[in-house]
Design a protein around this ligand. Structure first.
Ligand code: IFM
Length: 404
């Protein structure tokens, strides 16, 4: 880092920043997730696992709805010039067709505050939770959700359009669909391949409808999704492993992107996982380092994924990448190694235009609750004070200098 000769410079106007989502940081939400967190079924499950339910109820989350200035101050300290956050559908449309102006104004105000600090907002329209009324209509299984999402998009975009250029319609649709409709781990806890299929189709249709509205309102809007891709690597040259890898790539990494190919201006890449394919998936533990969630850290994977995205011929923003690391043992190393690999992909012609670290500050990690600490900033969940971890300074230097 000190040696200027060896440092790697990123392209001009590169976006550096962080990503968050409403349910994980705002607090005070009333949606299908917050209900599920307190449901008898969930509480019983936690009790069986001898876990404290309070660690798994989002409640006040990181208090960002009450005080988003704390987050903006952190972004400033990081020298960030971009911030990805999501709006919460249940806050904006608590009842079917009734849009809450206070909620819309909250997001408008947030966007204005970011702009005033020279921070480009990347707004995610849907990052998983649903309003209760929509859940009661069958959520993503019901084809009507496409129209509801279209109307929701129209409202939000009309409200925020003046100050927002970058829109992410959906966060990690394949992750959501699989966890909620195949493994049954997330609400609505279904294990039904047919429902999974229907949900994925509806997500595709919802994205396309939302894209059209965004473009109709303003042709200059830049629209994409945040796509969770996994680096599947065949352990050897065996035909079976190669075939399995190709199937996994097709199903998990490309199918959704192919379906929305003509309705996206950029690709948002979320990268967390490597998966070694060896007559099955994810069997071998080969990682030097792992996160607190025991996710193997494999920075090189992002290079391969970026190269794979080249075929779409669109700019790529890394809309998420990070790790749970309470003690901050690996975060700086991981960021640096990831960025070396991003730089390598850029050098080989992939048009990467930004990197948004997950996450700005500790937050509510869905079914894993508050224990995993993804933040560059540590959050005290009693006082909501934010304290920079050492990696925050490391990242701030990168953001400032546009180089590693
Ligand atoms: O916290 C999540 C985020 O909501 C979606 N992408 C992965 C992150 C870490 O698990």
């Amino acid at each position: 880092m000190d040696n200027q000769e060896e440092s790697l410079i990123f392209p001009p106007h590169f976006f550096w920043g962080c990503a968050t989502s409403a349910h994980q940081i705002e607090g005070g939400l009333n949606n299908d997730w917050s209900e599920w967190e307190k449901s008898p079924r969930r509480l019983k499950d936690l009790k069986n696992k001898q876990r404290d339910p309070l660690d798994f109820i989002s409640g006040g989350a990181a208090n960002s709805f009450i005080d988003n200035n704390a987050d903006i101050a952190c972004l400033k300290n990081l020298n960030a010039n971009a911030y990805r956050f999501s709006v919460d559908w249940s806050r904006i449309e608590p009842e079917e067709g009734r849009f809450d102006l206070k909620a819309l104004n909250y997001y408008k105000d947030l966007v204005k505050k970011l702009r005033a600090q020279g921070i480009e907002p990347f707004v995610t329209l849907w990052h998983w939770p649903l309003p209760l009324w929509l859940r009661d209509k069958g959520g993503w299984e019901n084809r009507q959700i496409v129209t509801y999402f279209e109307k929701f998009t129209e409202k939000v975009v009309t409200y925020l359009n003046e100050e927002v250029n970058f829109w992410i319609t959906l966060n990690e649709p394949m992750v959501y669909a699989s966890q909620s409709y195949l493994t049954g781990e997330w609400p609505p806890n279904k294990k039904n391949p047919l429902a999974l299929w229907r949900v994925i189709n509806n997500l595709v249709l919802a994205h396309r409808a939302s894209y059209q509205i965004l473009k109709k309102i303003d042709q200059n809007n830049r629209v994409g999704i945040a796509k969770h891709n996994i680096y599947f690597e065949a352990a050897n040259n065996s035909l079976i492993n190669k075939v399995l890898k190709n199937i996994a790539d097709w199903w998990w990494n490309f199918r959704f992107l192919n379906k929305i190919k003509n309705c996206q201006d950029f690709i948002g890449l979320n990268y967390y996982f490597h998966n070694l394919v060896n007559y099955g998936f994810g069997k071998q533990k080969i990682y030097e380092k792992q996160s607190d969630l025991e996710w193997g850290l494999h920075p090189e994977g992002i290079y391969h994924l970026l190269k794979d995205l080249k075929k779409y011929n669109k700019p790529v923003y890394i809309t998420e990448n990070g790790l749970a690391d309470k003690g901050d043992q690996h975060r700086s190393w991981y960021i640096e190694e990831i960025l070396k690999n991003v730089h390598r992909a850029i050098g080989e012609g992939v048009e990467v235009k930004g990197y948004l670290h997950w996450s700005l500050a500790d937050n509510f990690e869905w079914a894993e609750g508050f224990k995993p600490r993804f933040g560059l900033y540590e959050v005290n969940f009693q006082t909501y004070e934010r304290v920079a971890r050492p990696s925050a300074q490391f990242y701030a230097d990168i953001c400032k200098n546009n180089r590693i």
